[in-house]
Design a protein around this ligand. Structure first.
Ligand code: PAF
Length: 163
């Protein structure tokens, strides 16, 4: 598995690969992630996993700091599952560029969890949008567990012109 912390280096490596599946995560990998990653490895030529605990999707600093991190174990899991690439960017690598594509936040973001988690879904869409611009994956593999997140990401992608 090749590890990248810098988007330019990652882009150079993957620019000629047209069948990358992308599994975005915030690390702390568990069985649920394993199922998604296995599915990706089985079905695609190359699998790229990201690990980034995205501060913009947390309402407060404390929750962000308390979020479980277990990088050494994550690495073991990713190697065992034969993931090709890991992208583990810094905050600046991901946020210090102007995106081509605008964030589309469907009004559904204000319903259900969105009523109580101000700014959460905007933070999710922002980071996913950035990952897509950097990686240009053919597929993104996301869990069904976070149903509202899944719907909002789909709506954002449908409104976007990425390539
Ligand atoms: O579901 C998650 O773990 C996160 O919301 C995601 C999609 C990786 C964006 O940070």
């Amino acid at each position: 598995m090749k590890l990248f912390t810098n988007k330019k280096k990652l882009q150079k490596e993957i620019k000629n690969i047209n069948n990358i599946s992308f599994v975005p995560t915030m690390g702390g990998l568990h069985k649920g992630h394993e199922i998604l990653i296995k599915k990706s490895v089985k079905k695609s030529k190359k699998t790229l996993v990201s690990i980034f605990v995205n501060p913009k999707q947390f309402e407060n600093k404390e929750d962000f700091q308390k979020y479980p991190r277990n990088y050494q174990n994550d690495i073991k899991i990713l190697k065992r599952l034969k993931v090709n690439y890991l992208y583990k960017p810094s905050y600046n690598d991901l946020y210090k560029f102007k995106t081509k594509n605008e964030i589309f936040l469907d009004p559904f973001s204000k319903k259900l969890c969105g009523k109580f988690r101000k700014g959460h879904f905007k933070g999710v869409i922002d980071v996913v949008n950035r990952f897509i611009e950097i990686i240009k994956p053919k597929k993104i593999i996301l869990g069904n567990k976070d149903f509202q997140q899944l719907i909002l990401i789909k709506k954002h992608i449908n409104k976007s012109t990425f390539m």
